[in-house]
Design a protein around this ligand. Structure first.
Ligand SMILES: Nc1ncnc2c1ncn2[C@@H]1O[C@H](COP(=O)(O)OP(=O)(O)OP(=O)(O)O)[C@@H](O)[C@H]1O
Ligand SMILES: [Mg+2]
Length: 212
């Protein structure tokens, strides 16, 4: 199974953080597909810690990317962290994905940036003659926010968008864990925190969506 994190051209919506969290819980290989990607940095942070070595690959061209994606099987997940821009390598990953997740913050600018992504997805769908869906993940959402009308609007009005039930709130745990190159689910201190519960709920939802 190939899970791709992609979407918004606006930086910092949480693609890399979410990719690393999902990969940890699914024991999946991570794949860097972002020319400005930060997985190398995360990998380096972990070198002198007690954390497991990260299973990550850095394909730099089409042949290498396809070779990595071909390692995925029904039970063997690969999580691809894509940059928020359009490129051939990103389109290859999107076309190969079993599930595409687009983290998005709650702001009009983020939503309009997602609409550019929708146009690219529509084009790829036409090219490969298969409907591709993007699952929007509400991420970095203020803990008190309960109104999601904008998200509901874009996910009903735009053919290729769906809305995940899971919501990841803005929680400093994610940033603090990432300073060590870790996902919240890897560190004991966050075991009973809401951040961990939210990521676990997201992964449970993902498992249902891709029949894992
Ligand atoms: N739910 C969250 N709550 C708080 N901080 C978060 C959350 N998700 C991500 N972050 C933090 O936001 C910052 C940006 O996240 P991240 O690097 O994952 O975004 P990105 O979409 O991969 O960005 P880029 O477009 O630059 O690749 C990081 O400091 C990360 O720790
Ligand atoms: Mg990133």
């Amino acid at each position: 199974m190939i899970i791709v994190l992609g979407g918004s051209a606006k930086g910092g919506v949480g693609k890399t953080t979410t990719a690393a969290s999902i990969a940890h819980l699914l024991r999946a290989k991570l794949v860097e597909n972002d020319i400005r990607g930060q997985l190398k940095c995360i990998e380096n942070f972990r070198v002198h810690s007690e954390l497991e070595k990260l299973d990550v690959e850095y394909p730099t061209n089409k042949a290498e990317l396809i070779k990595v994606l071909e390692k995925s099987t029904e039970d063997n997940c690969i999580v691809v962290d894509c940059g928020g821009y359009d490129s051939n390598l990103i389109r290859i990953a999107l076309a190969a994905a079993d599930l595409i997740i687009a983290p998005c913050k709650n702001s009009t600018l983020e939503h309009s940036s997602l609409l550019e992504f929708h146009s690219a997805i529509a084009e790829i769908s036409t090219n490969i003659t298969r409907q591709i869906d993007v699952h929007i993940l509400r991420n970095r959402i203020h803990p008190l926010t309960t109104n999601f009308e904008d998200f509901e609007y874009i996910s009903t009005e735009f053919e290729h968008f769906k809305l995940l039930n899971s919501i990841i709130r803005h929680r400093s745990d994610f940033e603090k864990a990432m300073e060590k190159g870790a996902s919240v689910t890897e560190l004991k201190k966050y075991k009973h925190e809401k951040s961990t519960k939210e990521i676990k709920a997201l992964v449970a939802e993902i498992k249902v969506l891709i029949n894992l």
